[in-house]
Design a protein around this ligand. Sequence first.
Ligand code: AMP
Length: 291
Amino acid sequence: MTKPATTPPRTAPAVARTPEELDRLRANLGRVALVPTMGALHSGHRSLIAAARDHADTVVVSIFVNPLQFGPNEDYDRYPRTLDDDLAICAEDGVDVVFAPPVEVMYPGEQMVTVSPGRMGRVLEGEFRPGFFEGVLTVVNKLFNLVRPDVAIFGQKDAQQLSVVRRMVRDLCMPITVMGAPTVRDADGLATSSRNVYLSPEERTTALALSRALLSGADASVTGPVGILSAARAVLDEAALATPPVAVDYLALVDAHTFGEVPNDFRGEAVLAVAAWVGKTRLIDNVPLTL
Ligand code: AMP
């Protein structure tokens, strides 16, 4: 008789809510990889956790919905908070430590000193979400100082964030290796995101235009920047007439390192990036291209 397959028992991660608790867990951690998240964990986060496990002895996942990176009319209050489910996923994925501080621990008083992203933080996401990257870099800096990781893993899904964090680490001489992990998509092409739960079935169908537009742009890559942008734009223009419609904040082809728009004779690593609204949900997506 064959033995039924058994799943090895998983140990629940240690949970730290304060820097002191984190410090107590820090002894003998070996090489530490940090995966910063805002929780509501999905397959995208899980791919980052898997990458972290390949590069360190200890995997720390931080779960913190960072008020500093939300604008006054954004979704901070309704952002999904699912800590129990997140802890179960972390246990299943072999995460060693979850750092889930309350807001008062991360922001005990007025945050007077913040980290400026410079001009990279003023374009695309930075233009449509003023203060967003300052909020992101400030909290990432705090998390780096509290967790003191050797490696930190960020998703290519938020390509501009990944580049801005890389730049902060380089420009501020932080002793941390930043690693990017590819975007995880559902079978229909939609990039997985904690915000996808906001979408109705009809909105979700419309939202597929984002990944379709990027694919169309990528297919036109031999035609250069103008051809790429017009192929992607054609898909979005059509989706603007759908019910419900897509409303585009930006579609841009930028240098992957500076996030400046590329000239037509550009050669090198680029990112075709889109941000758009479907109903009350704002979605972003991108595809890396070598021109
Ligand atoms: P968030 O919880 O949305 O702040 O995301 C935490 C990290 O997960 C960030 O580095 C994101 O870029 C990454 N991430 C989110 N969605 C995906 C995805 N679909 N594929 C890969 N990484 C992702």
